[in-house]
Design a binder for this molecule. Sequence first.
Ligand SMILES: [Zn+2]
Length: 98
Amino acid sequence: MPSRKIDMTDVRVGKLVVIRELLPADKRIGSKWICKCDCGTVVSVQGSSLRAAILDPKKGTRSCGCLRRKSSRDRMRRLWRNAKEEVDKGNRAGALHG
Ligand SMILES: [Zn+2]
């Protein structure tokens, strides 16, 4: 019987390029792969996370984390703007008495 394991070497997933499998594989979480991000960071990623990212761009792991850091910064900016609007609203509501 041939192995059913998928060889992910040289596969590009988002900003990551798979270099080689991380051995030994963890029986509980399955295979992991050494990937190099476009930003130069080398990370180990679960095979299931890579496959999820290939199937659905909104899921899985597609970078060393630099993509997520960028989007979380955008989210912080949005939260900050909302907070500022809340403060402006509060000031307009006349919370200041003397
Ligand atoms: Zn990166």
